[in-house]
Design a protein around this ligand. Structure first.
Ligand code: HEM
Ligand code: HEM
Length: 234
């Protein structure tokens, strides 16, 4: 069954809608580059906070943690610049490109679809609703557990980075104030690390939901993030 919003869109395009172009190329490209960057950041970040206990040979001949930090910072630049690019695309792209930045919290129909999706994910509803863009619950989760969190990771990350870059550098001038605000360097490390675990929890649920919906919801999900087209089955 199509939701009200999607019915309107379907009607506008003729009732026999089989596929709709949803995610434009920049959104798709960003999604996969971002997923790779987040994975790199989580793995390298994990080892920055809990370094491997021993290394063989002379200390001067080892630079393992240095390389791990380098990979973290390289992925961090890709993550942060990608996020800026994605924000830009929210302004110039189609309406689906704005979904992860804006929640229609005053729209009652949207909330009822959020709760419908909660029941559907709990196997309490028998017939899936179809959506052109993100389903309302996915949108809600993406907003808090990706968009808001990602901004937090950039602020805390570059604040920590400014400690190494030094007083007066651009990262210090732009983000240095975050450290005292959060209660110092150690506390910023803790929050940045907690953010990693929250984002990893999101990723696990997100990938589960993408595969589950691809199988169960009578519409394409993963191929939509590759080709841009959402295909609907009867
Ligand atoms: C999703 C994004 C990110 C994740 C999952 C992540 C994860 C982590 C983790 C788990 C740590 C170790 C914290 C600890 O236990 O002390 C860390 C450290 C750090 N991260 Fe990130 N990070 C992300 C984004 C960024 C960004 C955008 C920057 C910006 C440059 C950044 C810069 C740093 C710095 C400077 C450190 C401390 C390095 C050190 O003390 O040697 N991170 N990160
Ligand atoms: C194998 C891994 C992954 C798969 C198969 C996957 C799949 C998908 C799919 C199918 C969508 C579109 C869902 C829809 O149409 O409602 C999507 C969107 C999204 N995914 Fe993933 N994803 C993966 C990894 C990740 C990771 C690691 C992150 C970040 C933590 C992430 C963040 C997002 C975000 C923020 C969106 C919304 C995109 C937008 O509207 O700009 N994904 N993903």
């Amino acid at each position: 069954m199509l939701s009200h919003r999607d019915m309107q869109e379907a009607e506008r395009r003729g009732r026999q809608v089989r596929s709709i172009y949803v995610y434009e190329a920049p959104v798709r490209l960003w999604h996969w580059v971002n997923a790779a960057a987040v994975t790199t950041l989580a793995v390298t970040g994990y080892f920055i906070g809990k370094p491997l206990p021993t290394m063989p040979g002379e200390a001067a001949e080892n630079f393992l943690l240095g390389y791990i930090r380098f990979a973290h910072f390289a992925a961090a630049y890709i993550f942060a610049i990608g996020l800026l690019g994605r924000i830009y695309w929210a302004f110039v792209g189609n309406k689906h490109a704005r979904q992860i930045f804006m929640l229609p919290i005053l729209n009652k129909a949207w909330w009822s679809e959020v709760f419908f999706e909660v029941r559907w994910y709990m196997f309490l509803e028998k017939h899936p609703k179809k959506y052109v863009g993100h389903n309302p619950m996915a949108q809600l989760m993406m907003f808090f557990f990706f968009t808001v969190l990602a901004v937090g990771m950039v602020f805390t990350g570059f604040a920590l980075y400014s400690e190494g870059a030094g007083v007066g550098t651009w990262s210090d001038q732009l983000f240095g104030w975050v450290l005292p605000l959060l209660g110092g360097s150690l506390q910023t490390h803790n929050l940045h690390r907690l953010g990693m675990w929250i984002m990893m929890s999101f990723a696990v649920v997100h990938i589960y939901a993408a595969i589950r919906e691809d199988i169960m919801s009578r519409q394409s999900l993963i191929s939509t993030m590759i080709s841009g087209w959402r295909m609907f089955k009867d």
